[in-house]
Structures are given as C-alpha cells and as structure tokens.
Design a protein around this ligand. Sequence first.
Ligand SMILES: *[C@@H]1O[C@H](CO)[C@@H](O)[C@H](O)[C@H]1NC(C)=O
Length: 368
Amino acid sequence: MGLTRNFLVSTATVLLALALAANACSPSDRAALLDFKAALNEPYLGIFNTWSGTDCCTNWYGVSCDPETKRVADIVLRGESEDPIFEKAGRSGYMTGSISPSICQLDRLTTLVVADWKDISGEIPACITSLPNLRILDLIGNKISGQIPADIGKLSRLTVLNLADNQISGSLPSSIVNLNSLMHLELSNNKLSGEIPSDIGKLSMMSRALLSRNQLTGPIPSSLASIYRLADLDLSMNQITGSIPDQFGSMPVLSTLNLDSNQLSGEIPTSLLANSGLNILNLSRNALEGNLPDVFGPKTYFTTIDLSYNNLRGSIPKSLSSAKYVGHLDLSHNHLCGPIPDGSPFDHLEASSFANNDCLCGMPLRTC
Ligand SMILES: *[C@@H]1O[C@H](CO)[C@@H](O)[C@H](O)[C@H]1NC(C)=O
C-alpha cells in the first residue's frame, strides 16, 4: 500500500516536472520580460497582470515562444486591437514608460511589436541591433524620441521596420541600406532630417517605403527606381528638392507615388504619366513646371491624380479623355490654359479640379 502510494506520488512528481519543463520559459528570458514590464505602465487594461508565474510561454499576454526551443520569439503588444480585453474596457490602449534595453537579452526574439500605445517615450535601445533573429520591429504610434540606431543595418533578417508616428530625429543612418531583407520601411510622421541615402536602391526587397511628414532634404535618389518590387513610395510633406527621376516611369510595379508638399522642380517625366501601372499620383504643392505630356491612353487607370499647386503650363492633354478610368483629378492652382477636353473623365469632375489656372475654359468652367 505504502509502496504503491510512494510510487504514485513520485510518478506524479516526475510528470509534473516534465510538464513544467515542457512549458517553462528560460529563466533569463523571464527576467528580461519582467524588466521590460517594469519599465512600462499600462494603467487601464491590466495586460501585464498576466505576466506572472514562472511560465512566460503560456498565457503571458502578447508573448509567445518557439515551440521547440521554448525561447521567447515574439512580443506583440498592440494598443489598437480587436482583442476582447479592449472591448471589455471600452477603450484603446495607453501606456507610458519606455522600452527597456533588457529586451536585448531576449536573444531569440524575432518579432517586437509595441504599437499604438500613444505615450511610450524614451529611445529605441541601441542594443536592439544585436538581436540576430529580429524580423519585425514595429513601434508605431508612441512618443519615442532619439535616433534610429546607427548600426541598424546589422539586422540582416529584418523585414519590417515601422517607427512611424513617433518623435524620432536625426538622419537616416547610412547603414540602413544594408537591411537586405527589408520589405516595409515606415518612418512617416517623425522628425527625421538630412538626405535619403543615395544608395537606398540597395534595398532590393522593399515594396513599401513611407517617409512622409518628416524634414528630409536633398534630392530623390534615382536608385529607388532600381527596386523592382517597390509598389508604394511616399515622400510627401518633406523638404525634398530637385526633379523627379525619369527612371520612375519604368518601375514595373509602382502603383502609389506621393511626392506632394515638397520643393520639387523641373518637369513631370513623360514616362511617369505614361506608366499604366501607376494608380495614385500626388505631386501637389511643389514647383513643377512645363507642359503636361500628351501620353495618356486606354491603359491609363488613375484613382487619384493630383497635380494642383504647381507651375504647370500649356493645355490639358486631349489623350486624358481616352483613359480607362480617372477617379479624382486635380489640376487647380497652375497656369494651364485652353479648352477642357470633352468626355470622361471630364464629365464627372467639378469646377474646383480646374480652378485658379490662367485661362482654362469649357465644362465645368465657363464656355470658351
Ligand atoms: C495631395 O497632397 C496634398 C498636399 O500634401 C493634399 O492636400 C491632398 O489632399 C492630396 N490629394 C489627394 C487626392 O489625396
């Protein structure tokens, strides 16, 4: 009886120990997570209340481990989320504090998402560039300041770098062009200054580069045009000068190009307007000049083409009426002259699309 009982107890102990070993996270990962938690304050949802006990791989909100190694692989904390915890609280996320450098102890980390918490401040820990497996770094929508770590280019596996909507200053580190796995670069709405590295075209995997609402200066690097996959380029609301590279007209998958509110000069490349893959083009509020080339045709498909507030001259090209589709067209505040062509898309546009030119006439403006 006693023997059987002892046997059962010890078996149970062994099973329990095995179960714990199967789930438990590494003590060093757990310690790093607790340091990370200690530097943040999330007062409304209580997500960090779940970060207790020894097994950080189970039921710690936003933490997941590699099933094989049991090492922490992902931290995903999103302040804008459909998770029931947000619905229950009836609010979006809010956090203060900063991102602790202890995060760098999580040396198997592949994903760090600490997004849209509004008030997390401090700097990006410089040691983050020593995380060799990091693939996703997404800190959008906080109040993070300081600079992008100078050796960011060491993160050779990084596919997503999203630091948009923060207060990051300084220039784009030259090493950024070494991020040879990078697909999404999102740095909009920060305080970045200086020039875009001229060899940014080395980022050959990049499909989306969003750098709007910063204080970037200098020219648009023509090397961007050599990025085969680049579909979405937004450099709007900076202080970029020079002309639009001719090579942009031959980019195979470019579909959105926003260069509005800069100081661009020169003519709009003919090939750009002839590029039938381009669907959204905003060049508004620059100092672009010259005539609008007559290069539109049955393959032209623009949901938006905004060329307002420039110094464009001459007449509206007739070929635009042969476009397959033009949704929103804005040619206002230029120096265009002559008759507005007949037919679509001109029959659904309002007078405001043509306002403040030198001498445009015809529907929807006054008759010629
Ligand atoms: C184009 O850019 C201008 C200036 O930045 C902005 O005001 C305008 O709304 C944009 N046009 C469209 C259609 O989004």
